[in-house]
Ligand binder design. Structure first.
Ligand code: N2P
Length: 382
């Protein structure tokens, strides 16, 4: 959105509400934006904005475009899991303004008082969001966050692997069953370095709820993981498509839909008209997730954060992000700008019969220590 349009919208909003735009628990102390806004009708943006996102999860050209258009320097940093993000904030990291937690972590962070409140009426581009992704149970009324991207957690595998040509991985057994792993473990297997996703896949394979807090079920999942662990080469959820999948350092991975689609297109061969990385949602089911854009409660650049949030929800910006990350966009207005190869890719936009097998991770509240214990046991075993 052009700056002029943004200013006009703010003027209209202020006329309607009789107040400054944004508001919320903290305002831009650096810029005294609310006072400036009231007198001039314009939000004074801060000089800098600190953004903390999943790795490989934005088109950096869109960050540069925001910086150039609005004169705001973005300090950009990445994390590998929701738990890493939480740990960073709980360790007292100050200064992050905009963060991107998933569904269940939004619920956790609301309970912990880590997120600022928002009013979607202050975010004109919120109207672009597909209603099915708005007002999610983890954040009723979008009182804290807006949807960013969504996807699934399945299995990526190398199409060129002879074993997989005869036996396409259609089950989590391909990640956990030693009898199968023996056939291809020498070519490398990667799992997500993620304390909810890996146990979640093990629990689904065992026929349990990936949100269980039953200690017996969690122990069974832990033992399954420990049995399979010697066959795995790497725990990587950060740069595994670039460092492991595309160069063929592994032949099978637990993976997120967009990362595997990215590996497919990066290995695409014009002659064979095919890529070397396929994605499968195992027959037992899989996790789906929705990542969100939120403002930290400690942000001192609230209005600028809100302005950036609105920018990310612009239809063309949303489409550019999906065209770069290969993750599905909850931005309905963005669809017309999304590449056909993405819109038609069932590994990115799963058909209804696959959707029926997908489950959300939910917060486990004070029982999260059970997952912490499981994860410590998994990571510390030799
Ligand atoms: C992309 C990160 C995907 C986020 N590298 C999974 N919630």
């Amino acid at each position: 959105m052009k700056k002029l349009t943004w200013i006009l919208l703010l003027v209209l909003l202020m006329a309607a509400c009789g107040g400054g735009p944004g508001g919320g628990p903290s305002s831009d102390s650096e810029a005294s934006s609310d006072a400036g806004a009231e007198s001039s009708g314009e939000v004074q943006l801060a000089d800098e904005l600190s953004v903390y996102n999943w790795s490989e999860y934005i088109d950096e050209e869109k960050l540069a475009e925001y910086e150039e258009t609005y004169g705001v320097d973005i300090i950009y940093d990445t994390f590998a899991s929701n738990e890493d993000l939480l740990a960073k904030l709980q360790a007292g990291a100050e200064g992050y303004d905009v963060i991107f937690p998933s569904d269940y972590m939004v619920a956790n962070m609301i309970d912990l008082g880590l997120l600022a409140e928002i009013d979607t009426a202050d975010i004109p581009n919120f109207a672009n969001i597909d209603p099915q992704f708005a007002n999610a149970p983890f954040d009723p009324g979008n009182a804290h966050c807006v949807p960013y991207q969504w996807g699934t957690t399945g299995i990526g595998y190398q199409a060129s692997n002879e074993f997989f040509q005869e036996n396409p991985p259609d089950s989590w057994a391909y990640l956990f069953d030693p009898a199968l792993l023996e056939k291809y473990a020498d070519d490398g297997v990667n799992v997500l370095n993620d304390p909810r996703e890996l146990p979640g896949a093990a629990l689904i394979y065992l026929g349990y709820d990936p949100n269980t807090t039953n200690p017996d079920e969690l122990n069974e999942a832990r033992d399954l993981i420990l049995t399979a662990k010697p066959y795995w080469k790497t725990f990587n959820s950060e740069d595994y498509d670039d460092s492991l999948l595309i160069p063929g350092e592994v032949t099978l991975t637990q993976g997120w839909s967009g990362d595997v689609a990215n590996a497919y297109w990066s290995t695409y061969d014009d002659e064979t008209e095919d890529g070397d990385w396929y994605y499968s949602i195992p027959q037992e089911g899989a996790v789906k997730w929705l990542d969100n854009i939120c403002i930290t409660a400690s942000s001192e650049r609230y209005d600028t954060a809100l302005h950036f949030m609105n920018y990310l929800l612009d239809a063309e910006v949303g489409a550019a992000i999906t065209n770069f990350t290969y993750y599905a966009s909850p931005n309905l207005a963005a669809q017309e700008f999304i590449l056909d190869e993405i819109l038609q890719d069932e590994s990115i936009f799963p058909p209804d019969e696959v959707q029926d097998k997908l489950v959300w991770l939910t917060q486990v509240g004070e029982d999260s220590f059970l997952y912490d214990e499981l994860w410590t046991a998994v990571k510390s075993s030799q």
